[in-house]
Design a protein around this ligand. Structure first.
Ligand SMILES: [Ca+2]
Ligand SMILES: [Ca+2]
Ligand SMILES: [Ca+2]
Ligand SMILES: [Ca+2]
Length: 358
């Protein structure tokens, strides 16, 4: 796996930005303070011979394998109540969406279809899962109940639709699509009415939609050419389709990846977005955090190595990510405000990737 794969492999995390109020309250209660973030991370490692899903406490202790089979298991996502985990597995010969209990029990195939099924994201209330499948000949967005019943096709066209992202109220699904002039543009499906709204327009290529916590805005990546590592910007736009006006938040000479909007904001904690910036001519990527108004951009990983796959801790105090500073992917945790309090969470020569925390 090269670094490009490492920094891209959590791109779908941009969808996973919602934590229920109950979940936050219970985490605060169990920690006793706001800076602890002493909850459980999920990740993927091949330390036991092939890709399996593991869990660990956020200080790196209690690393436990949850899957055990010879095929790929990865892309684990907590249910909003943290009692279930959806993930992708190829144990049945093709990509399927599986579900299991938080301790790895009761593993079940939800999709059970010979096509590729992946990119699963929980609805904010935990009753449904959106996913991408090519079962009808090309990539479309589908929704199913959390037990796999009621599988319903949400997008219908011959071009690719991917990166589904639930609005915080669970009523809308943002996604990126290749249907407008074969460049990526962002669309929103209103689920109760079925109405479809095009949010960004060609010829600009825009993708990786990430909802603001209040649902009024979408952050996304804009890419200015078809180069492998084109100049890119982090932008945002209103989610109601009322304007085509973008706000530019950050620019980069090469690709940007994986915007993740924090669910945590208050009078003392501004709304913030995490993302990855890659610099082609030095072959290195870093984790950045920026206020959602474009102010106070901070490079959290100023060193000579590549980092990617950032995720927010549940309380917005810490960030976890994958670092290549030891020559193989290892998971680190740092303070979101300034990159201090750095702690190495994994320590082995295998892959440790595909983080999930909130
Ligand atoms: Ca496996
Ligand atoms: Ca399948
Ligand atoms: Ca399609
Ligand atoms: Ca490792």
């Amino acid at each position: 796996m090269n670094i490009s794969d490492v920094i891209k492999q959590t791109i779908s995390l941009s969808a996973f930005i919602v934590v229920g109020g109950l979940g936050i309250a219970s985490i605060i209660a169990s920690n006793g303070n706001n800076g602890g973030d002493l909850s459980t991370l999920l990740f993927t490692s091949d330390r036991d011979g092939n890709k399996e899903i593991y869990r660990m406490l956020s200080d790196g202790s209690s690393q436990t394998r949850l899957t055990k089979n010879k095929s790929m298991d990865s892309f684990a996502k907590w249910s909003p109540d943290r009692k279930k985990i959806v993930f992708e597995s190829r144990r049945d010969g093709n990509s399927e969406i599986y579900i299991m209990d938080s301790d790895g029990g009761n593993q079940a195939n939800l999709t059970n279809n010979p096509a590729k099924d992946g990119s699963a994201v929980w609805s904010p209330d935990g009753t449904q899962i959106a996913f991408v499948s090519n079962r009808d000949g090309n990539e479309n967005i589908y929704i199913m109940n959390a037990d796999g019943s009621g599988q319903t096709q949400i997008t219908h066209n011959v071009d690719s639709d991917h990166q589904p992202a639930w609005s915080p109220d669970g009523k809308r699904l943002a996604f990126s699509s290749g249907r407008d002039s074969n460049v990526w543009t962002i669309w929103i499906k209103d689920l109760p009415s079925g109405n479809l709204t095009q949010i960004t327009q060609s010829p600009l290529s825009t993708f990786s939609p990430a909802w603001s916590p209040d649902g009024t805005e979408i952050a996304f990546i804009t890419s200015f050419s078809t180069d492998p590592e084109p100049p890119s910007e982090l932008r945002k736009i209103k989610s109601d389709g009322s304007t085509t006006q973008h706000t530019i938040l950050a620019s980069n000479v090469s690709s940007l990846y994986a915007p993740v909007w924090s669910t945590i904001e208050s009078a003392s904690v501004p709304s913030r977005i995490l993302y990855v910036g890659f610099t082609q001519d030095i072959g290195k990527s870093d984790i950045y955090v920026i206020n959602a108004d474009g102010s106070n951009k901070v490079n959290l990983t100023q060193n000579d190595h590549s980092e990617g796959g950032p995720v927010w801790g549940p309380l917005g105090y810490y960030v976890a990510f994958v670092s290549m500073r030891h020559g193989n992917p290892e998971i680190y945790r740092i303070k979101a405000a300034d990159g201090s309090e750095s702690i190495r969470l994994t320590n082995n020569s295998a892959l440790d990737i595909s983080l999930e925390w909130q």
